[in-house]
Ligand binder design. Structure first.
Ligand SMILES: [Zn+2]
Ligand SMILES: [Zn+2]
Length: 373
């Protein structure tokens, strides 16, 4: 599959730093870029500079009152922007504007025809709502990108696919009645995990009815079960909708052993999902895909999942073990032992109860969303 791939990199993106003890660490991006580099993939990529999102761009999704609040907290440098998870820090307005601007720069590069696929690993801040911060997210870069694609390029059919363990509530509710957004979100069941939303009967409103597809998965869902849920939702919905552009939020916290969530998939599933989305993008939307990071709170998981997603877009196979050079770097940056394999062994628990639960959800979705049309 052809099509050039870009990544947005720049030191400014590491300034989105919620504090030394906060799980959303900028080192996640550092160790990912180092892994990509050590595998020799950089030479296959275009490098894009991030830019600051303008206030007018942030206002495509967020309210003026909320922007003013973030500006005020950013100047002050302390306080909480939500009920507890998202602390303000000095310069947080600019830091999050860099993240949003990096995603916008990626969109511009794709829409100008410079590249087909572009990555912003710092992005994917899918919990922020128009008027408030939530779940480590100050401004919602995927939502601003969707609004930007509609406004600047006049797109009418945009698909948003979210693989993060947490439901992408900011994006889904932000466009709940908007038929120009197909939203497909696989996540850990909201009964067990923040933000507690994203149920199968939340299918959209008005003209957008049947276009919001929520796939809650029970804790411990493994590769086999996840891939079955993915295959039965994502390709049929994309084939039905025929989008002009795809956004992929590839939060790495669905990976086994994430400290904040409880799904049990491995790099293999991230790779397979990305390969399928890549194929669909070339089939339906000239290859246009913006890939964002998101959650992923174990550094080694974030690095391996995102590198693997990237490799499926550039069409390379990764070796079984990460290079020794990267393992040394990883130890220095994190103070932890580095993984010896790119893909963890799969968790092969054939749990019939879980399977039945997931099949029940899929059958319900086939009745009430566009995956059965
Ligand atoms: Zn391609
Ligand atoms: Zn998450």
């Amino acid at each position: 599959m052809s099509g050039r791939t870009a990544i947005v990199t720049g030191g400014q993106l590491l300034s989105y730093d919620l504090g030394p003890s906060h799980p959303l660490r900028p080192e996640r991006v550092k160790v990912t870029l180092a892994l990509i580099e050590s595998l020799g993939l950089m030479t296959l990529l275009e490098l894009l500079q991030p830019r600051l999102a303008a206030s007018q761009e942030l206002l495509l999704f967020h309210t003026k009152q909320y922007l003013n609040k973030v500006r005020e907290y950013s100047g002050r440098g302390y306080g909480l922007l939500d009920s507890g998870d998202t602390p303000a820090f000095k310069g947080c307005f600019e830091a999050t504007s860099w993240v949003v601007g990096a995603s916008l720069a990626a969109v511009e590069s794709i829409m100008s025809g410079g590249v087909s696929h572009a990555f912003n690993f710092s992005g994917g801040l899918h919990h922020a709502h128009p008027d408030r911060a939530s779940g480590f997210c100050i401004f919602n870069d995927p939502a601003v990108c969707i609004a930007f694609l509609k406004k600047k390029y006049g797109l009418k059919k945009i698909a948003y696919i979210d693989l993060d363990a947490h439901h992408g509530d900011g994006v889904m509710y932000g466009f709940y009645d908007d038929p120009s957004v197909l939203d497909i979100d696989l996540h850990e069941d909201g009964r067990y995990l923040f933000p507690g939303t994203g149920y199968p009967d939340e299918t959209g409103k008005g003209e957008a009815e049947r276009l919001k597809i929520n796939v809650p998965l029970p804790p411990d869902t493994n590769d086999n079960l996840y891939i079955e849920a993915f295959r039965r939702t994502v390709p049929p919905a994309i084939k039905f909708y025929e989008p002009e552009f795809i956004l992929l939020q590839s939060g790495a916290d669905s990976h086994i052993n994430d400290p904040l969530s409880h799904l049990s998939i491995t790099v293999k599933t991230y790779n397979e999902a990305a390969t399928t989305i890549h194929d669909l993008a070339h089939q339906f939307c000239q290859g246009r895909v913006l890939v964002l990071g998101g959650g992923g709170y174990k550094l080694s998981n974030a690095a391996r999942c995102w590198t693997s997603v990237l490799s499926s877009f550039v069409g390379t196979r990764l070796p079984k073990a990460p290079p020794e050079e990267w393992r040394n770097y990883y130890r220095t940056i994190t103070g932890e032992e580095a993984p010896t394999t790119i893909a963890e062994p799969e968790k092969e628990i054939a749990d019939q109860m879980k399977r039945q639960e997931i099949i029940g959800v899929l059958e319900e979705l086939e009745k009430c969303t566009c995956i059965r049309n």
